[in-house]
Design a protein around this ligand. Structure first.
Ligand SMILES: NC(=O)c1ccc[n+]([C@@H]2O[C@H](COP(=O)([O-])OP(=O)(O)OC[C@H]3O[C@@H](n4cnc5c(N)ncnc54)[C@H](OP(=O)(O)O)[C@@H]3O)[C@@H](O)[C@H]2O)c1
Length: 338
């Protein structure tokens, strides 16, 4: 099979397209014929080195997310069949073999049934962004699961609503019944966030963000899904309600966060930090279940009409695909394998 690999960290030029043997699924595993590989910031950050320490593997095929069809079953696997359509998440976590290859072997729980109505493009866009968004949205006391109505009467502020995680957070919060306010940096991104289902969009570069959010949520927002805490913490504190939750999943805009202690405890705030790779397996399973339900309900989508423009690359353009994500392209970068 054809696979993209790298043997040492570095710029995208370390990625090579090679031939490798077809991997065989072990006990409890399935082999997936990959149709789309979804590219996330974690893929280029890990490849570039420095984020997760030294790699235990001599060679890595990148790619946590993907979609395709089950191609072979390992011993002891039941309940699924060859040919079943699946979306794959976190394939390369704890493994050297990700989705930037024609086939990938994963434990059965990482290959989730993809409803017939959901495209492979959509399936490959779910994993990291949607699970992260789910974990952020279930960080507060309001809802530990997402379903229609679980966030009814709540107001969620999604910082950076045109980002991949931000978009997924808007779509899931909207499905769960929240009023969703989001921030973006341009009119184009505002249109995408609206298409994703945001009720209100604020341009954080041009508008009086704090006043506008306060007008929209006079009692304060219940939950903030935060991509840039170092930049936004003062704003978050200014617009959140007493007892609200700030869920932080990224360090865009700065690595250090300084808190005014009294002003923070005076608001009884709760901060939930989120790193997908350390989330408890029960919470991951709940996220996968809820996301699958949202998928089945047609509540999650990709493409510009859902606020997620798609950018397709071929397997031999994997380096360009990584570079596109690193440069902050708006939308979802996909590698097409079939
Ligand atoms: N912790 C985890 O488990 C986890 C999981 C997934 C992703 N991440 C991390 O999360 C970050 C985003 O990932 P992504 O895939 O969503 O990337 P993305 O699609 O590139 O989106 C990043 C978004 O952040 C927004 N942003 C940056 N600074 C902002 C600010 N001060 N206020 C509001 N929005 C701001 C950008 O919007 P503007 O251009 O409009 O500012 C952009 O839309 C990355 O750093 C990624 O590594 C972490």
């Amino acid at each position: 099979m054809r696979a993209v690999v790298y043997s040492e960290p570095g710029p995208s030029s370390v990625l090579r397209l090679v031939e490798r043997d077809l991997p065989e699924p072990g006990a409890g595993q399935v082999r997936v014929r990959v149709v789309r590989s979804g590219v996330n910031p974690t893929d280029w950050k890990q490849r570039a080195g420095g984020t997760y320490g030294a790699s235990p593997y001599e060679e890595i095929t990148p790619g946590q997310d993907g979609a395709g069809t089950i191609d072979a079953l390992g011993p002891g696997v039941s309940g699924v069949a060859v040919g079943d359509r699946v979306w794959v998440h976190m394939a390369q976590h704890g493994s050297a073999h990700g989705t930037a290859a024609e086939y990938v072997v994963v434990p059965l729980h990482k290959a989730v049934p993809l409803p017939a109505a959901a495209s492979f493009d959509l399936g490959a866009s779910l994993g990291v962004p949607a699970i992260t968004a789910h974990r952020a949205l279930t960080s507060g006391p309001e809802a530990d699961r997402l379903a229609p109505g679980t966030l009814a009467g709540r107001t969620v502020l999604v910082q950076g609503g045109a980002g991949a995680v931000g978009n997924a957070a808007i779509q899931l919060a909207h499905w769960a019944g929240a009023m969703v306010i989001t921030t973006v940096s341009s009119a184009e991104k505002a249109a995408l966030a609206t298409a994703a289902g945001a009720d209100h969009v604020v341009n954080y570069r041009e508008d009086d963000t704090e006043s506008l959010i306060r007008e929209l949520a006079p009692d304060g927002v219940d939950l903030v899904v935060e991509v840039a805490p170092a930049t936004n913490n003062d704003l978050d504190r200014a617009v959140i309600r007493n007892g609200g939750t700030i869920a932080i999943y990224a360090n865009n805009g700065g690595d250090e966060l300084t808190l005014p202690v009294r002003a923070t405890f005076s608001l009884n705030l709760r901060y939930q930090f989120v790193l997908l790779y350390g989330v408890a397996k029960e919470l991951l399973a709940a996220a996968v279940e809820d996301i699958t339900a949202a998928l089945a309900a047609g509540a999650i989508g990709v493409g510009a009409e859902h606020g997620v423009p798609l950018h397709h690359y071929s397997l031999d353009q994997a380096a360009a695909a990584h570079d596109a994500v690193e440069s902050g392209v708006t939308g979802k970068v996909l590698i097409d394998l079939a």
